[in-house]
Design a protein around this ligand. Structure first.
Ligand SMILES: Nc1nc2c(c(=O)[nH]1)N[C@H]1C(S)=C(S)[C@@H](COP(=O)(O)OP(=O)(O)OC[C@H]3O[C@@H](n4cnc5c(=O)[nH]c(N)nc54)[C@H](O)[C@@H]3O)O[C@H]1N2
Ligand SMILES: Nc1nc2c(c(=O)[nH]1)N[C@H]1C(S)=C(S)[C@@H](COP(=O)(O)OP(=O)(O)OC[C@H]3O[C@@H](n4cnc5c(=O)[nH]c(N)nc54)[C@H](O)[C@@H]3O)O[C@H]1N2
Ligand SMILES: [Mo]
Length: 895
């Protein structure tokens, strides 16, 4: 039977379903209508509502809990079945108050009643059980709850939060937060899954989205989420040019009908009164509204003056990983061909530039090695320096699901992050000691013979050098450096080493360090030692890339040393290919990285800086020096949605469209291109970054060609052969397509390196990088290590999530610290605390708990007013200049 599926007859039609599928799936595959009030294909069946009754060879069963056995004959619509089904629905409906079946009610139950001719007056329940409207995005009406448990299972099985339960007895059973109190105070992380699956309207999203679900909504615009790099497919419902609902697409390639609080609910920023709707020009020190013509003329004048004073290299642009591929492509083309400099960079610099450098050095290409769907086959997950439950919730949920289905889990993170509670082993290294930790794991793999010798011989290099280095990293010594007990290290290495199909997933806890690239390379060593990359015997190494389009911004060449598709600026062949397509020469000298731009500005060499969609004053490290750089630069332009700290310092502010308002493509964390489509028009006079770059070029007397985003992607494919097979038309047809994709007639490559690695010698390169300490270490003056990172409800600078109802979810900026440290420094829970580093000060609200280890404190950078990035240092990865955001020595100076 394997591979062929199970063949069953449904009302006389034969269908084949996968082995293990239910009769309900078979019935649906046959196209027959069958209600199933307690069922949702995203989760396990419960068989409680009795609405999906069918007969199987004469026997009446609930289709959702009965497996499809080969050859069975199913009947779905006999008179007896229709009667039973109608009775089951009547029993359910009769307990509900009349409003449950109100005329036109869009709920699944109301529609079912209409289709079965169950009259509205069947609903005769008294009601009076009240509700819960404490939460901004989830409303509970207890009277409409039929205790089907779909919300509870959605929360547990799909979201993995286990926030909900059914309480009460018999007819009084009703959903409630497991913590007992109000919904707002519960563990709910507002993924919207419960609302989406509720069949009766007991759980709804307030406002115009009420009653809409991913299975049931008016015509919508299919697009890709513009928050993190997971790449969730979303359906955006609008009315009168306003967003009424954002629903997860059931057929979303990555999200499969799931979403998170940001993608699903954080769209209030769109209509915020603080949105920029007109260009602003600085006059006598004040930003004042102006027309586009005047603003564009001022930008053109400013850029020309900078070139006249200091040559083309006196101009730089920070491009945006929030913007589309086509926008990033156009930005770098503008800078290279119109201005004549390679001074372009994007926030990958602050984030996963060590992944790009490290994975390229180890394997040959700048991206994760395998498609994420493979994780479903993995039997051991090694999650390192990543907190996907908060930062990539849809991925976090899929990882957790895998663990709940039996995969082993090793988490390596100094903090007790969400996944750690489910881990077989939780390694808690001292921040900044990853390289030693990974060497320790590799030591055990070698010492206990858990390596793939044939793979190492035939497909890898560097084993002798690494073996010598690993001899100096026995578990005891690694324990001294990292603080991880030797026994835990050995246990973790054995789990990874003995798994059939292990997977490594990692985040910024690996990259944002003084030796971040070494971290990536020595982590990749583990996959190479095991032969778990390029072989199908493992899910390789996957960085959880951050911004919606940080992979794409880099793919498009918004980097100072790389052209679209990663041709090197220093390579004459790559330059010539781009120059041929562009009809203009490409400057030879690699440009400035972001920190280099600021340094050049402070030194008076950078005369014009255009910042597109990055709030550098809030999110770049050592913020005092960033502000000084902007102040020293004679001409600053900022393209923004809001008057950010960076925009305030600009000479010209250009109002732009956000992801829900524009057309193009993003590349997600596992290299998939997906379409972005405008659901609503830009606010006021705002324009897309695409149109703005064209307009600035035109104001400088240049034409950039590629008039539409579709044309820009086509042109990019001519510059970069790895993208030649991609087009908007193809993505419209196919949904998601991974790169490399050189051929329009062939699928993209989700799994890399099956034949050979993309390094010059075709082999994977083990790295014998020695462990070196972090740039900042605690001492008597600054005794605590500050780690910075993400919180679930907010996004980066917070410009889009601190607005609208979202702020209520997480209204203050907390400093997490261990109770022992709090006691030592006289800090009290819930009270303000001032932190000081060698670089600056920040003020936060203390939150005591054991999530952080003694001697370490943790906070986000989502509230710029707190000044967290005034604390962080200018230390940066020695290879890529990625800031050491994860290690800053601090002290408490007041509470
Ligand atoms: N809700 C939300 N989601 C987001 C974002 C957001 O701002 N908010 N931002 C997006 C962006 S741009 C990015 S790049 C991603 C980032 O996603 P992640 O990489 O998951 O995010 P972080 O929380 O910054 O850091 C991950 C973890 O690294 C750990 N860590 C710190 N130092 C070390 C160390 O030395 N060793 C090890 N092993 N671990 C360490 C921290 O404790 C932290 O839990 O998230 C994206 N998604
Ligand atoms: N302390 C500390 N600092 C960090 C980090 C950390 O872990 N710790 N992480 C770093 C990382 S990984 C990253 S990626 C950076 C992120 O830092 P930023 O890129 O600065 O953060 P965002 O808030 O994502 O977006 C920046 C701005 O873009 C605007 N914007 C949104 N969409 C668009 C668009 O389509 N076009 C334009 N022109 N503008 C748009 C938003 O309003 C916002 O003001 O922060 C870094 N800073
Ligand atoms: Mo990021």
């Amino acid at each position: 039977m394997t591979g062929t599926g199970v063949r069953v007859g449904v009302d006389g039609t034969d269908v084949t379903v996968p082995e293990g599928a239910s009769l309900l799936a078979a019935v649906r595959a046959a196209g027959a209508e069958l209600p199933a009030l307690c069922s949702d294909e995203r989760m396990s069946p419960s068989g409680s509502c009795r609405t999906c009754l069918v007969t199987v060879d004469g026997l009446t069963v609930a289709a959702c809990v009965t497996p499809a056995a080969p050859g069975v004959r199913v009947e779905t619509a006999t008179d007896a079945l229709l009667r039973l089904r109608r009775e089951a629905v009547e029993v359910i409906a009769s307990a509900l108050p009349p409003r449950a079946l109100a005329d036109g009610d869009p709920s699944e139950l109301a529609e079912l009643c209409r289709s079965l001719d169950v009259p509205p007056d069947t609903a005769q329940g008294a009601g009076g059980r009240g509700g819960d409207d404490s939460h901004p995005y989830v409303r509970l009406d207890r009277d409409l709850c039929i205790a089907c448990g779909r919300c509870v299972r959605m929360c547990a099985e799909v979201q993995g939060t286990f926030a909900l339960t059914l309480t009460g007895r018999g007819a009084d059973t009703v959903v409630a937060p497991g913590t007992g109190g109000s919904w707002a105070d519960s563990d709910c992380v507002a993924c919207g899954g419960c609302v989406d699956t509720c069949p009766t309207g007991a759980l709804t999203e307030p406002g115009p989205a009420r009653g809409l679900t991913s299975a049931h909504h008016p015509p919508a615009t299919r697009t890709t989420c513009g928050y993190c790099g997971v790449g969730c497919a979303l359906d955006v419902v609008t009315a009168d040019d306003r967003v009424t609902a954002v629903l997860p697409a059931r057929d979303g390639p990555v999200n499969q009908g799931h979403a998170c609080v940001k993608g699903r609910f954080a769209h209030g920023y769109l209509t915020s009164g603080e949105r920029l709707t007109r260009p602003l020009l600085k006059r006598a020190g004040r930003l004042e509204p102006a027309g586009w013509d005047e603003a564009l003329a001022r930008v053109a004048r400013g850029l020309r003056a900078a070139v006249a004073e200091g040559g083309p290299d006196a101009v730089a642009v920070i491009s945006s990983a929030r913007a589309t591929n086509e926008e990033n492509y156009l930005v770098q083309k503008f800078l290279r061909t119109v201005v004549g400099t390679n001074n372009v960079d994007n926030c990958s610099r602050l984030c996963h530039s060590p992944s790009a450098a490290g994975l390229t050095a180890s394997f040959g290409l700048s991206g994760g090695t395998d498609g994420f769907d493979d994780v479903e086959r993995s039997d051991c997950l090694l999650v390192v320096g990543a907190n996907p439950v908060e930062a990539h919730p849809v991925v976090g949920a899929r990882l957790l699901r895998r663990v709940l289905h039996g995969a082993r889990l090793v988490v390596a993170d100094p903090r007790a992050v969400g996944l750690a509670a489910h881990a077989d082993v939780h390694l808690r290294p001292r921040p900044g000691t990853n390289v030693a930790l990974f060497h320790g794991l590799a030591h055990v793999l070698l010492a206990e013979g858990m390596t793939d010798e044939a793979f190492l011989r035939e497909r890898a290099t560097g084993l002798p050098e690494l073996t010598r280095l690993l001899a100096e990293h026995p578990p005891d010594r690694v324990a001294d450096i990292t603080g991880v007990p030797a026994a835990d290290l050995i246990a973790a290495a054995r789990l990874y080493g003995r798994a059939r199909c292990p997977a490594i997933v990692y985040g910024l806890g690996v990259t944002e360090h003084l030796h971040g690239t070494d971290g990536v390379r020595t982590l990749a060593n583990l996959a190479i030692l095991r032969g778990a990359v390029g072989t199908g015997r493992g899910h390789g190494v996957s960085p959880l890339r951050g911004q919606n389009n940080v992979q794409g911004a880099s793919d498009m060449g918004a980097l100072p040393d790389l052209l679209p598709g990663y041709g090197k600026v220093a390579d004459p062949v790559a330059r010539a290919r781009a120059a041929r397509v562009w009809g203009a020469p490409v400057p030879e000298r690699p440009g400035l990285r972001i920190p280099g731009m600021f340094a050049a500005a402070r030194a008076g060499r950078l005369r014009a800086l255009w910042v597109i969609g990055e709030d550098v004053c809030a999110t770049d490290p050592d913020a005092g020096n960033v502000a000084a750089a902007l102040d020293a630069c004679p001409f600053v332009v900022c393209s923004e949605l809001f008057l950010s700290g960076t925009a305030r310092r600009a000479d010209v502010v250009l109002p732009v469209a956000s992801w829900l308002e524009k057309d193009g493509t993003f590349v997600n964390f596992d290299r998939r291109f997906q379409r972005v489509r405008p659901a609503v028009p830009p606010r006021g006079e705002a324009r897309s970054d695409f149109d703005v770059v064209h307009a600035v070029a035109a104001a400088m007397g240049a034409a950039l060609g590629c008039p539409t985003p579709a044309a820009a992607l086509d042109e990019c494919g001519r510059v970069a052969p790895v993208f030649a097979g991609l087009s908007h038309g193809r993505l419209d047809r196919e949904g998601a397509v991974p790169w490399p994709c050189p051929d329009p007639g062939r699928p993209g490559e989700a799994h890399l390196y099956r034949e050979r690695f993309a390094t010059p010698d075709g082999r994977a390169h083990l790295a014998a990088a020695p462990y070196l300490p972090p740039g900042e270490r605690p001492d008597d003056d600054y005794p605590l290590i500050l780690v910075t990172g993400r919180r679930w409800a907010h996004y980066n600078s917070g410009s889009m999530t601190r607005r609208g109802p979202h702020l209520a979810l997480d209204p203050v900026d907390f400093l997490d610290l261990h109770p022992g440290d709090a006691h030592r420094y006289g800090v009290r829970d819930g009270e303000p605390v001032t932190l000081e580093s060698r670089h600056g000060r920040a003020r936060l609200i203390a939150r005591l708990g054991e999530q952080t280890a003694p001697g370490q404190v943790f906070c986000s950078f989502h509230f710029p007013a707190s000044g967290v990035n005034r604390l962080t240092s200018a230390h940066a990865d020695t290879v890529t200049s990625c800031p050491e955001y994860k290690v800053t020595a601090v002290r408490v100076v007041g509470s």
